[in-house]
Design a protein around this ligand. Sequence first.
Ligand code: SF4
Ligand code: SF4
Length: 445
Amino acid sequence: MAERLVSTNEERATAFGYPEPPQPDKYSKCVHCGFCLEVCPTYQQSSDENHSPRGRVYLIKQAALGDIPLDEAVIDPVMTCLDCRACESVCPSGVEVGNLIEHARGQIYAWQTEHGRLNRVQQFTLRHLFPYPKRLRWAGKFLRFYHRSGLRSLAHKTQITKLLPQHLRDYEDILPTPSSPTLTTWPTVTSPQTSPKGRVGLLTGCVMDALMSPINEATIRVVAHNGWEVVMPTQQVCCGALHVHAGDRLTARSLARTNIRAFLEADVDYVITNSAGCGAAMKEYPDLFEELSEEEYDLATQFANKVRDVSEFLVETGFEPPKHSISGAVTYHDACHLCHAQKIRQQPRRLIQSIPGIQFEEMPNADRCCGSAGIYNLTHPDMAGKLLDQKVADIPPDVDTVVLGNPGCLLQIKAGLNKHQRHVNVVHTVELLDLAYQQESGLES
Ligand code: SF4
Ligand code: SF4
């Protein structure tokens, strides 16, 4: 029999024995209507009620009330959830499934920490790598060395990469050559050519800065092109999204505190991000302080009110439609944490369709998860692989570019296209807009 995390007793003590448990006003909202079943990727794959939103909410409620222990029968469905929040988009009762899952994972993580049961790789990356920008830069340097020294070609020639599990091999195949991090190579303040409309702070992000800094550079150019001064506070750190998703609320809170201080001290009108997961996490910083301190909660709310995804920011504040045309057949993938968590669907489409010459085609199931989901593709490769295959099959055959707004989805969909030998570009929305602006300025041929 699976070991219980926290034993129930005869008085039906809750199975959630640590601070910040899932809240009754949240799990009690579920009326078991089942509208969420048909949009839940894990239920669609498994047809198992326990792996549906309704089933997960019911299990969390039972554990909270002490009707069942917090053992594998609850842990597995909670950990198999993608935290994609597709269920929230259709739930008529407004059940915040993502919040319930994250708080339940907080209970599991706290127990695993207390009993020395944390996965060592997960513990190392969450606690000893992501919170430290310098270590991330060293990891980036190592990856650059791996690419540029010839080690990578050697590994491919000798086929040593075949020793890796298939899903890791798929990612190794498309691993971008890490570029120099934006935060250390760009000026910390970039001014527009005209008098600035205001001042925005860019979250450079950990994965984005270490692996995809050209997207940050494109973001800075696009925002400055539209008349805003862009600053990058040097004290900023990883947003903590991966930590919240994994249940490590302590580390997430510590990262949130650092970012709140860094950006509020920088006196910016907006905090912008080009990563869907980071945007959703930062807009939800107040949840990390709600049960802790009123003062910190107020500061987190002040910060969260300034946070915008870059597409949301450009449409809200008014952007200049590009004048130069780009020819291409383009489709758009909705990252879960943009469309379901932040309700941002039309803004990226408006930016794309503002570019003259672009032929835009909607893909079927554009808002269905691609399987990336933070590090889900590493922790649950089978489920993630099935979702990725579906996503690649949904990409219309006649498009040459998939546009999206999240680094995890970008790597995941690239890996899927590579695996299925489809020659389609994958770019971030701001990269496309930046290309149009650059051609307009005559910087590109
Ligand atoms: S749609 Fe909402 S209320 Fe209905 S079963 Fe799903 S979570 Fe519960
Ligand atoms: S967050 Fe996604 S995977 Fe989790 S229950 Fe909701 S729809 Fe299913």
